[in-house]
Design a protein around this ligand. Structure first.
Ligand code: ADP
Ligand code: MG
Length: 268
């Protein structure tokens, strides 16, 4: 861990991404400073997941440049510094792995290949399981868990890697409030250690006090980049007209996030 790394963990310079010939991201500029917690907000389909997939090297960008810790992503090799929790992904995939095994897989980048796990690895795995409240499920098969629990396993796997940059795509979807609070506490500890966090947020709730900056995506572009916003404020500020055309069931439901903390943050 090198929290004093002078380079910015993420720098996107005029990044465009097309999928099947269709432009999905257009001229996205984004700089995430070391130690910051940045939330990525915006309606469904605005390009948030595509953006984090470009940042994590999962999809190529057509134009512009992506740098991780100062290195062009094409040359970046230090993937152990990066943790990623994908959106709504199934941790099982038909492979009969236990919860503990999946979480331990988050340590692979931290140790030499095919070495048995060390005490530090086991401690990191245990701590990650505790944080997401699944310690008592460690020996369960992944497929025995609910969708929300599987999502928490993915979060634990990313935490176990003790990343310098943690990218989470809607990690709280399907996670109850006590576990959202546990995740917020875990992220606060990572942040205190100097980690940088890029969080695609749906329900911000207990995360709000951690957030340094919000970026709002709209139609594949950055529509806002500034002081923290809640999802609720972001939707009202930037696309009030969307709601006029929402048919029943076609609406991207954005749960309201309203707490005294949010209010305090907004009006400060
Ligand atoms: P968000 O995460 O903000 O909901 P996404 O990045 O998932 O948005 O999607 C942005 C747009 O790109 C959407 O219109 C979506 O349909 C399209 N898209 C994303 N991934 C693919 C894909 N693999 N194939 C085709 N279209 C895609
Ligand atoms: Mg998404």
């Amino acid at each position: 861990m090198t929290p004093t790394d002078p380079a910015h963990p993420v720098v996107l310079d005029r990044v465009s991404v097309s999928i099947g010939g269709r432009p999905i991201l257009r001229d996205v500029d984004l700089t995430v400073r070391s130690g910051d917690v940045v939330t990525l907000l915006g309606p469904n389909g605005s390009g948030k997941s595509t953006l984090v997939r470009a940042v994590t090297g999962l999809i190529p960008h057509a134009r512009g440049s992506v740098r991780l810790f100062g290195t062009p992503i094409e040359e970046f090799r230090d993937w152990a510094r990066l943790g990623f929790v994908p959106q709504r992904s199934s941790a099982s995939g038909g492979v009969p792995a236990t919860v503990r095994e999946v979480v331990a897989s988050g340590r692979i980048g931290r140790r030499p290949l095919l070495r048995p796990s060390r005490t530090a690895d086991r401690a990191a795995v245990q701590s990650a399981l505790d944080v997401v409240g699944l310690a008592d499920r460690a020996s369960y098969g992944i497929s025995q868990l609910s969708g929300g629990q599987q999502q928490r396993v993915l979060i634990a796997r990313a935490l176990a890697g003790e990343p310098d940059l943690l990218v989470l795509d809607e990690p709280t979807a399907g996670v109850d409030l006590p576990n959202q609070q546990a995740l917020a506490d875990a992220l606060a500890r990572l942040k205190a250690r100097g980690a940088t966090i890029l969080l695609v947020a749906h329900e911000i709730g207990p995360m709000m006090p951690l957030i340094d900056r919000s970026v709002v995506m709209r139609d594949g572009r950055v529509a806002y980049d500034g002081p923290p916003l809640t999802q609720e404020v972001a939707s009202h500020t930037h696309h009030a007209h969307d709601h006029a055309h929402d048919g029943p069931g076609g609406h991207d439901h954005v749960p309201h996030v309203a707490s005294p903390l949010d209010f305090e943050r907004r009006t400060r």
